[in-house]
Write a protein that binds this ligand. Structure first.
Ligand code: H79
Length: 593
């Protein structure tokens, strides 16, 4: 028993520190299996995540001290005793909560599914639970069940409704995961927690709130694969149509979630979701005003869709039940864009043309949507290796015809004049015949008609010990960031090489974007453009430490003259054997003016 518990504790520790590495929760062999009700989710593309709990009332402040980062982690950050924290429920009275208004906002924003926290790690149930009195009806002066009203109002708007439920972490309960400041880790009985609170509450949520589109699990722990399977099976019978998020653990979810605030670097032919929050916290923080602009949201949505996924964007209503002003305004602005351009997002898959200097693509049968994010100076949008019979091209808004031509395997679309500050101007290309496969190995297009071309690390072919890796680090507490980099280049044989297609003769300034710690700094490296060497010495930016920003320097290292268009190879490597040269995030090529 003791040994078993030790093993469990080790497992739990492992899961806590690696929790943001969501890859470990997704069993890739599961991608062949499909939930019978997955279709709506594949088509939905845009979800609204809502973090709302007792932490929303505290707003990131405890004992007059302000905390930054994930506000829903306040109890943990400030190590607030469970009893003291629980007493705060008496001050939680979200009198401004208006289910109809929230659902109407979601509708206006073009949202197709909503997931709200029924219970987060703090352990407080935001609904009428018979399983634990630590809930909004019993423990707060509000006394009503907001989830009932919200489930109904949301469905009335034709939006799928789901619950987030933290199935393992519960800082209120002696046997729940995570609270070691009040409760002795060695005395915890996780099985008992699942048996007495987690599973019974999940059953309440799955039987008393109508059909749920999703049960969004988070942070698995304390269960073997077999036990997780039993948990899933016992819940499945209650609602066979509900989708379970991959964070149920052990590869048993119905679709794949990436890490918090993570988008995969290239299209993935699976059902998946990226989750982002509107500012720097999931739960409301009164001093967090760092909201993403409508343009940022629209571009994030297009980027996620161009890789075949859904975006679920989070907002954190406050303790009175108000959605932050900027969240409301910017969601509505996103909705106005979607009302005109939704055809290029909803029910699409990733486009067969990889990301270009001008933007990204999404697709439906017979249609390719060109999301123009940067209009090239000459307006020419290159669709390289676009082996389809194009029948017409037109603007999505207004259906105005757009000129195009073919040149060998390429199609060139002549972009109309665009509003200078356009978030995303969409053109539609219709074609006949089979849809070509996405070519992940295609050369990266470099154009002299845009201010900057970025060659991301994902496109590197590496040799010897060099590796392409996704690095995870954070800004504020729990405010995760992800960067795909070429790592482990330690000697001349460890190279990263990139195939590029440069479309015009021009001089380019070459800028290496990398992170470099003290030990890596002041080493010599070599950049080659079609064999021509350019030398540089690394500059220190910052060490890699997962709880601090990873700072990337943009180090201009050379001018290179490209005398004719064509396919070129760019290689980066250390000149001598030594420490890792740097973590290379991208190579930027700026046409010289
Ligand atoms: O609900 C939001 C987060 O609160 C939740 N997922 C999103 C949707 C989440 N729970 N845990 N995590 C995300 C990852 C936790 C990472 C941790 Fe840590 C690393 C916990 C302890 C070490 C970050 C760093 C938080 C504390 C220190």
């Amino acid at each position: 028993m003791y040994i078993k518990r030790l093993a469990l504790a080790a497992l739990l520790l492992g899961q806590l520190t690696a929790a943001h590495a969501q890859d470990e929760m997704w069993d890739k062999s599961a991608s062949g299996r499909q939930h019978p009700n997955i279709q709506w989710f594949k088509e939905a593309k845009f979800g609204l995540f809502i973090h709302w709990g007792l932490y929303s009332k505290l707003g990131g402040v405890w004992n007059n001290k302000r905390y930054y980062g994930s506000g829903e982690w306040l109890m943990n950050q400030a190590k607030i005793p469970a009893a003291t924290y629980a007493a705060e429920a008496a001050n939680f009275n979200p009198v401004n909560f208006n289910a109809e208004a929230w659902a109407a906002l979601a509708k206006d924003a073009g949202i197709r599914y909503m997931v709200i926290t029924a219970k987060h790690h703090e352990g407080f149930a935001m609904y009428d639970s018979k399983v634990s009195d630590f809930n909004i009806v019993k423990a707060s002066p509000y006394k009503k069940d907001p989830m009932k009203a919200l489930a109904n109002a949301t469905r009335k708007q034709g939006i799928q409704f789901g619950f987030y439920y933290s199935q393992f972490l519960d800082w209120h309960e002696p046997n729940g995961g995570g609270n070691r400041w009040d409760f002795d880790e060695s005395k915890k009985d996780y099985q008992r927690y699942y048996r007495e609170k987690s599973i019974p509450q999940l059953k309440e949520l799955m039987t008393q709130y109508g059909p749920l589109g999703i049960v969004w699990f988070d942070m698995p722990g304390g269960l073997t694969k077999q036990q997780t399977q039993q948990l899933v099976d016992s819940l499945r019978i209650l609602q066979p149509n509900s989708l379970f998020s991959s964070r149920v653990g052990q590869g048993l979810g119905d679709y794949r979630d990436f890490g918090d605030s993570e988008v995969p670097p290239a299209p993935i032919n699976e059902v998946w979701e990226s989750i982002y929050t509107h500012n720097d916290s999931w739960g409301y923080i009164e001093h967090d005003m760092n909201f993403k602009s409508p343009r940022e949201i629209i571009r994030l949505l297009a980027n996620v869709a161009s890789k075949g996924g859904n975006l679920m964007l989070n907002v954190g209503p406050d303790g009175k039940g108000n959605i932050p002003y900027y969240s409301e305004q910017y969601l509505k602005a996103t909705g106005r864009w979607l009302a005109q351009n939704g055809e290029s997002i909803y029910a699409t898959s990733y486009g067969f043309i990889p990301a270009q200097p001008w933007g990204v693509t999404t697709a439906k049968p017979g249609k390719l949507y060109l999301h123009v994010l940067v209009r090239p100076q000459d307006g020419k949008l290159l669709l390289p290796n676009c082996k389809v019979a194009v029948t017409k091209v037109y603007t999505l808004i207004g259906k105005k015809p757009v000129a195009f031509s073919t040149a060998g395997a390429d199609v060139i679309v002549q972009a109309p004049p665009m509003e200078a500050q356009s978030a995303n101007t969409v053109l539609v290309l219709e074609y006949k015949g089979a849809t070509p496969a996405y070519d992940a190995a295609a050369p990266v297009t470099i154009s002299a008609q845009v201010p900057v071309n970025t060659i991301e690390a994902i496109h590197a072919s590496t040799s010897d010990s060099a590796r392409v890796k996704s690095l995870t680090y954070s800004h504020y507490f729990g405010d995760w960031k992800h960067a795909v980099c070429v790592t482990n280049m330690q000697g001349p044989a460890d190279s990263a090489s990139f195939k590029v297609r440069i479309t015009e003769a021009a001089d380019f300034k070459v800028i290496l974007e990398y992170a470099c710690g003290t030990e890596s700094a002041r080493q010599e490296g070599e950049l080659q453009v079609n064999g021509k060497p350019y030398l540089f010495r690394t500059l220190r930016s910052s060490e890699f430490d997962k709880s601090n920003p990873l700072m990337f320097i943009q180090h201009a290292v050379a001018i290179t003259t490209v005398s004719k268009p064509g396919v070129y190879t760019i290689v980066v490597r250390p000149l001598q054997q030594g420490k890792e040269l740097f973590k290379l995030k991208s190579i930027r090529l700026e046409p010289v003016r």
